[in-house]
Design a protein around this ligand. Structure first.
Ligand SMILES: C[S@@+](CC[C@H](N)C(=O)[O-])C[C@H]1O[C@@H](n2cnc3c(N)ncnc32)[C@H](O)[C@@H]1O
Length: 221
């Protein structure tokens, strides 16, 4: 095995135990995009595209997408758009944003000019600017001094900008041996959503993965 192959393998396995902030998290994906170039699923930390598609399917089916304006936060290399188009989802518009410049450039190269580099916390969208907001395979690493606080702020902000609702994924504890995992018990996550976002919450933990899907429909708190 060449030095380059060994480096790639090591990089694919390397998982920091914590990120100082979300910019450091994005820099990690910038680096993966360079070192693991040529293997998109490795860059994105999926074992394969089937697992990615399964997560997308469970997320996308939570709402009627017809004519909806979709925001995909942490879009990575743009595969959710690819998935929606392959399913012939009749959404109204799609916009992907990511903190990582390299991931955005990769998404544009693969799937067209639907993606932009943007920090949604520093440069917020307007209230209800989109119909549906997706945050897929983004939560799952500890970010900042208080990872739960960072996650809460991000979810509240994304809920604010989605007129109809928010769909996100998270990791459940106890399902794999990775010390870098930031996990939240699914039912506890659902309870937090009911308390701070909306009472209309659907928890989908039927994927058979470490990942579960949460759909929050906007309504009275
Ligand atoms: C594992 S990738 C998932 C990409 C894509 N959602 C998918 O499932 O293929 C996580 C992505 O989230 C991005 N990210 C992390 N925190 C973010 C934030 N606060 N805002 C936007 N993007 C973020 C990272 O830069 C990275 O590209």
């Amino acid at each position: 095995m060449s030095f380059w192959q060994r480096l790639r393998r090591r990089m694919a396995l390397y998982k920091p135990k914590r990120f100082k902030d979300h910019h450091h998290y994005a820099a990690f994906f910038d680096a993966r995009h360079v070192v693991l170039a040529g293997d998109d699923m490795a860059v994105l930390e999926y074992p394969n595209e089937e697992v990615q598609q399964k997560i997308f399917r469970h997320a996308a089916e939570k709402f009627d997408l017809t004519d909806r304006a979709i925001l995909d936060v942490g879009c990575g290399l743009g595969y959710f758009k690819k998935y929606l188009d392959a399913q012939q989802a009749r959404y109204g518009s799609y916009r992907g944003v990511d903190l990582s410049a390299k991931m955005v450039a990769g998404a544009v190269k693969r799937f067209g000019p639907h993606f932009e580099q943007r920090d949604v916390l520093a440069k917020p969208f307007s209230e209800n600017e989109f119909d549906l907001v997706f945050l897929l395979s983004v939560l799952g690493y500890p970010v900042g001094e208080t990872p739960f606080g960072y996650m809460s702020a991000l979810l509240k902000e994304l809920h604010r900008i989605g007129r109809e609702g928010l769909v996100f994924t998270h990791l459940a504890p106890g399902r794999r041996e990775e010390s870098s995992d930031f996990t939240v018990v699914p039912e506890a996550m659902a309870q937090w959503c009911r308390e701070y976002l909306s009472p209309q919450v659907v928890l989908d933990d039927t994927l058979g993965l470490v990942t579960y899907v949460m759909a929050v429909r906007k309504g009275e708190k």
